[in-house]
Design a protein around this ligand. Sequence first.
Ligand SMILES: C[S@@+](CC[C@H](N)C(=O)[O-])C[C@H]1O[C@@H](n2cnc3c(N)ncnc32)[C@H](O)[C@@H]1O
Length: 270
Amino acid sequence: MPSFKEYSLTLAEPLLLMSMILAYTLLSQPLLLLKAPSSFRSKWFERMYVYLGPQLASSPLQIDYIESVMSQAHGLVLELGPGNGDQTFHLKANKIEKVYGAEPNEHFHASLVAKAKEIGLGDKYLPMKAGAEPQSLLPALQDAGLLPGTMTRLPEEGVFDSIVTIKSMCSVPQAQLPETMEVIRALLKPGGQFLFFEHLQSDASFITQCYVWIFNLFLWPALIGGCRLDGKLDKVIAGMSGWKTRNMENIREYQGHEVFRYMQGVCTKA
Ligand SMILES: C[S@@+](CC[C@H](N)C(=O)[O-])C[C@H]1O[C@@H](n2cnc3c(N)ncnc32)[C@H](O)[C@@H]1O
């Protein structure tokens, strides 16, 4: 049973993050809504993430786990939701043929390309304006020439050696997650790996679940680019067939009451 202090600290975590975001917006971007009303949401998230992304990416509580997952990416790679490219430095350029980044927010694309160059990937990082959901991802892969223009089903031999995602699958509408993961597995070559580090639903504590439910109603997704605190990636993967191995584990000595349950995973396609 967590102490009162432990509970208070975990419940304060999203509040603190949101206060930082609101303060940052009010102080540095007060006129953004007036200046860019049509693209306000994506532009605002991009500006905010330029500030927040590097801080989250350098968190000593997560950096080693993300390194251990991302550094395994090799060959032809698909990265889902790479954002600003704050995690790109974990990729090992000498193991990589090319990376396609499915990032729906176009405002991040220039920075993604620049960060890939910094780590020696040259022109091998190609951003695509797409989400991870099949209806968005598959046309982008067709446009990139990785899938045939007309097809009735995905190629049996797959396409990618590695598909990697860091804290992005929480932004995929959770009702579409099973279908999204089926396509992601199909896009891997046999023996290819799905590599992830994500925050997932923490369902051990009733108090935390109620708290998360309130945050998920509108506050959190609206402020954090569609992110939800009740991600179910682990449950979806556990219910799927077609994996040779599914190594998924909680990090940070998860005790059950935390709002953010982080998990790292390496799943190999059969
Ligand atoms: C919390 S940020 C993480 C960015 C980056 N992976 C990192 O760790 O620094 C979430 C990212 O997911 C992207 N995203 C939003 N909806 C998405 C979707 N449906 N599919 C894939 N990515 C999405 C956002 O644009 C954003 O760049």
